[in-house]
Design a protein around this ligand. Structure first.
Ligand code: 59J
Length: 580
């Protein structure tokens, strides 16, 4: 290669570079003119089509679980289909296939679009399943888009329906704990700036304007295992006895926690189409009834408290009825001369009335009120009824007598369970809780109450109540092998407009277990059994026996009534000794 050609070839290259640069500059200038002048409208339109918007970003509602974290209400992300009517109204040709994909009538879609044609937003279908969302997206119809939302799902369905309740289409609590805990479960949606395309689809997220805040998860006091058990047995009993309705409640007597609460009829909270309002009621909390004979243990405890009666004190119930003013109080049959324990064991109305008439109205009233009768249980459950216990100032003899065996007053199933929990402990009625509560929290609350019934009186009454379940008692079918049960039956004539109705009853069993060291209180109430049997002992007691047998074992509560024979003890420990 020669060195002589250098200067001339440098000039040539310089000219070439300058030429290229000049061309490039010219090209850029031309492009600028092109963009800013000639193509301006086209580009402006394209830019507008990808617009910046602030959209809300949903956050999930808090989960509701049972006491061990089993989910009872959960929010799962789903899509809702919405439209910009101003855009979709122009896409007439797509309406039929859109309506088909959404499984709605084309005429309904058309009506909706026409009605909202000047608006920019309308929901076409909320909370669709992923399949449908996919199909609708694939159609790519201008003016139709998805927005993420959450759908509430209740894994235990009808088993926990009345306790958990449900939310409305906007995810706000409507019933039950969903309503009671609304403030804490509720989420606060976030906001983000996004770029959307012409079809309204989000192309790019630009920035978070506000963080989404999910709701708080809440653990209820409910033990789902006990809840299932109670639900199954109550449902079977309501069906078997052809009853109108029923309720059952299990409380932890040391904490006031609701471990199970079930009702019939129930409903499926995951599908509430065509639902009768009456099925929604948590009857155990909202409905009152005259508790009848299940109230007698409190009358007897109050009588013992006067110091004038002991369990062995004799009461003459002859001849099986008692005149009080112009009314007659009747027993099922003439029990004759019986002791106070037998008044409970046989459920003598005459005996209970005599014990009540031997105390002042104030004394009896205070005993009842001291276990929470006539007041709300403090559960905070929406629509709770406090029952009825009139002021003793208005009680004549006949009121004092009938109230002593549970008429002329009313309670809810939950309230009665709370009174039994008080009877099972030291006479202090803890406020009921649907949320988990520790024993120390419970002890602090208990200190706020002044018991009117002494530990001795309550203990003596519990002993009498064990005889209800023993041979010769009215509630033998509530027995649980391996455990001592204290309880009381009730067969209550229902009152109608013109007084007490023949052949219309409520069957009740209320009890506590294990009797030696009570842990659980349970009430079973069955409304209007229409089969051959209607007694509390025949209709409600068996439900108590089956559910309590399962509950005691599930909770690992040690048996307090092990047979003394080693062979039997072994059979029991192996689990071959079920209820009855
Ligand atoms: C009874 C009542 C109604 C209201 C009576 C039940 C009264 C009463 C007016 C007759 C059925 C019946 C204020 S009986 O619960 O005594 O559970 O196993 O409804 O007495 O004065 O044909 N229970 N029940 N009484 N009223 N007024 C008994 C008892 C009870 C049993 C049986 C049979 C009644 C042992 C109820 C049970 O303990």
């Amino acid at each position: 290669m020669s060195e002589q050609g250098k200067p001339s070839s440098y000039r040539g290259r310089r000219l070439l570079v300058l030429g290229v640069l000049a061309l490039a500059a010219g090209g850029l200038a031309a492009r600028a003119v092109d963009l800013q002048v000639l193509d301006k409208d086209f580009l402006q339109g394209q830019g507008d089509a990808r617009f910046l918007r602030v959209v809300s970003e949903p956050a999930h509602r808090g989960m509701i679980t049972d006491r061990f974290g089993e989910p009872l209400a959960i929010s799962t992300p789903v899509d809702s289909v919405w439209a910009n009517p101003q855009v979709l109204i122009l896409e007439r040709d797509s309406w039929t296939k859109l309506a088909k994909a959404l499984r709605i009538k084309r005429a309904d879609l058309e009506r909706l679009l026409v009605a909202r044609q000047h608006k920019e937003f309308v929901y076409l279908k909320r909370r669709v399943n992923p399949d449908m969302a996919q199909r609708v997206s694939a159609l790519e119809i201008p003016g139709v888009a998805m927005v993420p939302e959450y759908r509430r799902f209740y894994p235990a369905g009808e088993v926990t329906a009345h306790v958990v309740g449900f939310t409305d289409v906007d995810d706000a609590g409507q019933e039950g704990m969903e309503l009671a805990l609304e403030e804490r479960l509720r989420s606060v949606p976030g906001a983000k700036r996004v770029i959307k395309d012409r079809l309204g689809r989000i192309v790019e997220s630009v920035e978070r304007v506000r963080e989404p805040q999910p709701g708080e998860d809440m653990a209820l006091s409910i033990d789902l295992r006990l809840q299932y058990l109670a639900y199954r047995e109550l449902k079977a009993a309501v069906r078997r006895n052809r009853a109108d309705a029923g309720s059952a409640v299990i409380l932890d007597v040391h904490t006031g926690e609701v471990l199970a609460m079930v009702n019939q009829p129930a409903y499926n909270p995951n599908n509430r189409d065509k639902l009768k309002r009456s099925r929604l009621r948590n009857r155990a909390v909202t409905d009152v009834f005259e508790p009848g004979s299940t109230i007698k243990p409190f009358t007897v405890a109050a009588a013992l408290e006067t110091g004038r009666f002991r369990p062995q004190t004799l009461v003459d119930t002859t001849p099986g009825y008692l005149r009080v003013g112009r009314k007659t109080i009747r027993d099922f049959r003439n029990y004759g001369l019986i002791d106070v324990s037998t008044v409970i064991q046989k459920s003598s109305n005459v005996g209970a009335s005599k014990l009540a008439l031997a105390q002042s109205p104030e004394h009896l009233w205070k005993a009842f009120a001291s276990v929470g009768l006539g007041e709300s249980t403090g559960s905070g459950f929406p629509g709770e009824s406090g029952g009825l216990l009139t002021d003793y100032g208005s009680w004549r003899d006949i009121q004092r007598a009938t109230i002593s065996y549970g008429y002329g007053m009313s309670t809810t199933t939950l309230q009665l369970a709370r009174a039994y929990a008080a009877l099972a402990t030291d006479g202090r009625p803890l406020p009921v809780s649907f949320l988990r509560r520790s024993r120390s929290e419970a002890a602090e609350l208990a200190a706020l109450y002044e018991p009117a019934l002494s530990a001795d009186s309550l203990h003596a009454v519990r002993d009498m109540m064990e005889r209800v379940v023993a041979k010769g008692g009215t509630g033998t079918r509530a027995a649980v092998s391996g455990y001592r049960i204290a309880g009381k039956t009730g067969t209550v004539k229902k009152s109608g407009a013109g007084g007490y109705v023949e052949d219309s009853y409520i069957a009740v069993f209320a009890g506590i277990a294990p009797a030696s060291e009570p842990r659980l209180a349970m009430v079973v109430m069955i409304d209007e059994p229409r089969g051959e049997k209607y007694y509390g002992g025949a209709v409600a007691a068996p439900v108590f026996g089956k559910v309590m047998a399962g509950a005691l074992r599930l909770l690992d509560i040690p048996p307090d009534d092990l047979p003394s024979m080693p062979g039997q003890r072994l059979a029991l420990l192996r689990g071959d000794g079920g209820a009855h």
